[in-house]
Design a protein around this ligand. Structure first.
Ligand SMILES: [Zn+2]
Length: 108
């Protein structure tokens, strides 16, 4: 399977390396199917918050993911989600404690 390197849209720094297979969540969010090979360029930022009610991922706890270099927000990290939740049906890749990573992709 192809390995892709993801770069920050804003500053072009390397975010991480992934097998090129993704689960779509809605139209704009994607989560890696397989555990990331590396995610050194990404860090979680800000407070953990509840997903918007009425959204596909309501009832989960999320935290923003930002570029480690320029702090541009790139996606979400799922901190926890109830059993049988949409996000639990996806493989929860992430290394220990990091939960499910969800990226916002532009110009796929
Ligand atoms: Zn950046």
């Amino acid at each position: 399977m192809d390995i892709v390197t993801c770069h920050c849209l804003k500053c072009q720094s390397e975010l991480g390396r992934f097998r090129n297979s993704w689960n779509g969540i809605g139209n704009t969010y994607f989560s890696p199917v397989h555990p990331p090979l590396s995610v050194n360029g990404v860090e979680s930022t800000g407070d953990i918050y509840e997903a918007a009610q009425g959204s596909q991922i309501e009832d989960s706890l999320l935290q923003d993911l930002a570029c480690a270099v320029c702090q541009h927000v790139l996606g979400l990290r799922c901190d926890s989600a109830p059993d049988s939740h949409l996000l639990q049906h996806l493989n929860l890749p992430g290394s220990e404690g990091s939960g499910l990573l969800i990226f916002y992709f532009e110009n796929l």
